[in-house]
Write a new protein. Structure first.
Ligand code: HEM
Length: 230
């Protein structure tokens, strides 16, 4: 059984691009940095466990772990600045950002999906390029990253922070940073991966994050309004 056939994707002219190259590259860098940050962070958060010992060994020792966390944090911050530049100053970025803005339709779509799931309504809404769920993920990631970066910088420049804030504040920041990191990871692992890859119709993997393309027939079925515009 052929599971993935990228060659076939390239040849089929029914495939249309819905995730542009620079968007895919940013997604890839975000994915790698968040995984490295989470694993190197969890090593301290769960330092009393056996799993932490395995992680420290994998990360090349405790000092390397700190270096790994800080260097991937730098890459992540650079990515955030690049993303700002991308949505503000490139045509591709501005177009994508326009589609990611929250609209009244997102709230009514959400309401209709709940009604549909409870069998109170017959029609599943005709979703846009980015559905309410995807927009929630995008804006959630933005807000979550702001907290992670701000709290991470406060922890990183501890001696400066100690001159500005009381000790109890830094203790709370450490708790927020550590546990938000854990929540982010759980959401990505359970919610994002299920929605995108493991849900019916997508399993074992939705290839859009690699090829950027989707079969027009699938789009017509899931988002006829958007497919008509392509
Ligand atoms: C999604 C991204 C991130 C995740 C999942 C994450 C996760 C974690 C976790 C779990 C801890 C341990 C907290 C504890 O000891 O209770 C930690 C510590 C820390 N994080 Fe992050 N973090 C992320 C991003 C960042 C960023 C962007 C920065 C810097 C700008 C940063 C800087 C730090 C620092 C300085 C510490 C203190 C311990 C150390 O030396 O590593 N983190 N992080």
């Amino acid at each position: 059984m052929k599971v993935f056939d990228f060659e076939e994707d390239r040849e089929k002219d029914t495939y249309i691009e819905i995730m542009p190259l620079f968007f895919r590259l940013q997604h890839l860098i975000l994915m790698i940095t968040v995984i490295v940050l989470a694993l190197s962070g969890f090593t301290i958060l769960f330092h009393r466990t056996g799993a932490s010992e395995i992680l420290v060994a994998m990360e090349g020792g405790f000092e390397m772990r700190g270096l790994l966390h800080r260097s991937s944090a730098i890459v992540l911050v650079a990515l955030i600045f690049y993303h700002l530049f991308y949505v503000l100053f490139t045509r591709e970025g501005r177009e994508e950002f326009e589609k990611l803005k929250l609209k009244k339709k997102d709230f009514t779509d959400f309401y209709d999906v709940i009604r549909f799931a409870l069998r109170l309504g017959d029609d599943y809404p005709d979703l846009d390029r980015y559905s309410y769920k995807e927009k929630f993920q995008y804006w959630g990631v933005n807000a979550g990253l702001m907290v992670m970066v701000l709290s991470g910088l406060i922890l990183w420049f501890e001696s400066v922070s100690m001159q500005v804030f009381p000790k109890w504040f830094l203790d709370i920041i450490l708790i927020i940073h550590g546990y938000e990191g854990m929540i982010v990871f759980i959401i990505l692992l359970l919610w994002h991966l299920y929605n995108v890859h493991f849900s019916p119709g997508n399993f074992p993997m939705n290839r859009v994050w690699i090829t950027g393309k989707i079969d027009r027939e699938i789009l017509l079925k899931d988002r006829p309004g958007f497919a008509d515009k392509k």
